[in-house]
Design a protein around this ligand. Structure first.
Ligand code: ADP
Ligand code: MG
Ligand code: ZN
Length: 453
């Protein structure tokens, strides 16, 4: 017989400890330990003989790894070519970012080709989910919705229906009767995922789980489940922009280099086939403070406009505001500008924005950030046919970036004719035939000379 006991569990990573701790020793987060009641597993019973038997490895063939296409190219791409039968996939993201919208259309497309799909909604009523499906064109003959939060009931329905796929929206709304802890608690979320895992493996049905990233920490977050599931995808974006990226964090059946790009429209999520064009669509007339750069998202090059606004501080401390990039990185780049270019920014407010809601995570965008700031400070526009790529070092040197050929090709295909690149990347670029004017620079001064004459 299983016994109950009290333990302290980390809401972020699930670490357990017999006593309360201010900081979780496993994930180093503060104030994440909560007290919960858990079951202590009963000793191994006399079930020996039942269950799975060992199988010979050589009896498996390639056809055992058949992937099922979801019908949504960007989603398949992220998974590594489609869904593997019996896999458990976690889709995490901030509330309101579009997880339900995404999985509703994945479910609808999937049901077209493979039959019944069960969409379990613990957050919204069946009617609400139905309305959303109507709005986003996800109404299909074999789409079923179940508004239920009791996992025992859900699994009973799923066993009866034998769907081709099941979606759980969201894991934090489920509870498993008999397991201690409130809905959304660490033990409930973990136990529910464990049951879903077993269902997926035993019935060979792919199960997609939505998990909200939680800021206030009142419920357990999806990070807790990352090691339990086969695949972890995060859906990201800035709320005020339509641009969304689906990024793989873990994938037992493929690489984690491909990401999917979508646009959140009124009628639902739309796949973005040419993200650079999409991101540059609203570019205005040539004005000071705007420079384009080429970033790599997953394995794809993307052109991004960096905008900067520099204006004299009216009172108090100068402000440094960055949207779409790290504020610390911006501060560092401004210090390099001051020290190496003699640009006095100490009494200036600086705002920098990566347009379109894309998050810059690569130092390859440094040069464009620095040039945009300098352009605004001097009120001198940078040519709209110019693009800048390069990492800025502390001494003002421009350092090599990876995958430069891909970046330059993308820039050329969108009509940029003059491209500033790190000197160190010139050799590999010379081997290619790309019809653009390449300007290799060794340091900031040379880049400024070219871009802001
Ligand atoms: N009736 C509606 N009309 C237009 N847009 C809507 C409607 N309902 C929701 N949305 C959009 O969908 C977004 C929520 O997406 P959703 O898939 O529910 O996010 P999540 O499941 O990640 O919380 C909202 O930010 C909103 O922009
Ligand atoms: Mg939702
Ligand atoms: Zn932890």
């Amino acid at each position: 017989m299983a016994k109950q006991k009290n333990v302290f569990l980390c809401r972020e990573c699930g670490f357990d400890s017999p006593k309360w701790l201010g900081r979780c020793p496993n994930c180093n987060q503060w104030n994440t330990m909560v007290e919960e009641i858990v079951m202590v597993a009963a000793p191994l019973s006399t079930q020996a003989g039942s269950g799975e038997k060992p199988k010979l490895i050589r009896e498996f063939s390639d056809s055992d790894d058949l992937r099922q296409s979801t019908g949504i190219g960007e989603f398949d791409r992220v998974l590594g070519g489609g869904i593997v039968a019996g896999s458990l996939i976690l889709v995490g993201g901030d509330p309101g970012i579009g997880k339900s919208t995404l999985l509703l259309s994945v479910a609808a497309q999937f049901s077209r080709h493979y039959g019944n799909v069960l969409y379990v909604s613990g957050e919204e009523s069946a009617a609400q989910t139905g309305m959303r499906a109507r709005r986003t064109g996800a109404v299909e003959d074999k789409m079923w919705v179940l508004a239920e939060t009791n996992l025992e009931m859900i699994l009973a329905q799923a066993l009866k229906m034998q769907p081709a796929m099941m979606v759980i929206d969201s894991i934090q709304t489920l509870f498993y009767p008999g397991v201690p802890g409130a809905t959304g608690s660490v033990s409930q979320v973990r136990e529910s995922t464990g049951r879903l895992l077993r269902f997926a493996k035993e019935s060979n049905v792919p199960v997609l789980i939505i998990g909200h990233v939680t800021k206030d920490g009142s419920i357990a977050g999806p990070r807790l489940l990352e090691h339990m599931v086969d695949t972890v995808l995060y859906f990201e974006g800035e709320k005020n922009y339509a641009f969304r990226v689906l990024r793989p964090i873990k994938n037992r059946f493929g690489s984690i280099t491909e990401s999917g790009i979508f646009s959140m429209e009124r009628q639902g999520l739309v796949e973005v086939k040419n993200p650079s064009e999409f991101l540059l669509a609203e570019r205005g007339e040539q004005a000071s403070g705007s420079v384009i750069t080429a970033c790599i998202e997953g394995i794809r090059p993307l052109l991004i406009e960096i905008q900067a606004l520099v204006s004299t501080t009216c009172f108090g401390l100068p402000r440094r505001t960055a949207a779409g990039l790290d504020t610390n990185r911006l501060t560092l780049l401004l210090a390099v500008l001051e020290k190496r270019q003699g640009m006095m920014l100490g009494n200036q407010d600086v705002y920098v924005n990566a347009v379109g809601g894309f998050r810059l995570s690569e130092p390859a965008a440094d040069l464009a950030v620095v040039m945009a700031v300098a352009s605004s400070f001097k009120d001198r526009a940078v040519s709209s046919s110019l693009l800048a790529i390069g990492e800025v070092g502390l001494t003002g040197e421009i350092r090599k970036v990876p995958r430069v050929v891909q970046r330059v090709r993308e820039a050329a295909s969108l009509g940029f004719s003059k491209i500033i690149v790190p000197w160190g990347n010139l050799a590999e670029l010379k081997k290619e035939t790309i019809k653009v004017e390449l300007i290799g620079v060794k340091n900031l001064s040379q880049a400024m000379e070219v871009g802001l004459k």
